[in-house]
Design a protein. Structure first.
Length: 131
């Protein structure tokens, strides 16, 4: 890989049943913003830092991941928050469901939810931020 020193993570894509609804929910509830959109096809959503991008699309010609058949540790989106319990209360009021209640692991506080589209969302507060 030394020949490609500029490799940077660009985005993660998820095929959801209703891209428009997922986009609205993620923007309204996860502090993401649309940075590029192809109407009727795909949306690219960035976090507040602009360094992490999630692509949402709805493509019926390919299989969608059945998140309900997976354990949340198999795949989840993690969001750093200051107050996990308050964020979880807001998200559950907006349609998310708690799948693993608040807990402390080492120096980290964690909580796992599932959004209205079945995607697992981890809320995390780290004593030592990841980056």
């Amino acid at each position: 890989m030394a020949n490609y020193p500029d490799f940077t993570f660009e985005h993660l894509a998820i095929n959801v049943p209703d891209r428009d609804a997922a986009e609205r929910w993620y923007v309204e509830n996860l502090n993401l913003r649309v940075v590029r959109s192809v109407p009727g096809a795909m949306s690219f959503l960035a976090d507040a830092s602009g360094r992490v991008v999630l692509e949402l699309y709805a493509n019926d010609s390919v299989a969608r991941m059945d998140f309900s058949s997976l354990h949340y540790l198999t795949l989840h989106l993690a969001f750093a928050v200051h107050d996990i319990r308050a964020a979880a209360a807001d998200l559950t009021a907006a349609g998310a469901e708690v799948v693993d209640d608040y807990r402390v692991a080492g120096d980290d506080e964690l909580m796992m939810l599932r959004d209205p589209f079945g995607v697992y969302i981890q809320l995390v507060h780290r004593k030592q931020p990841m980056v």
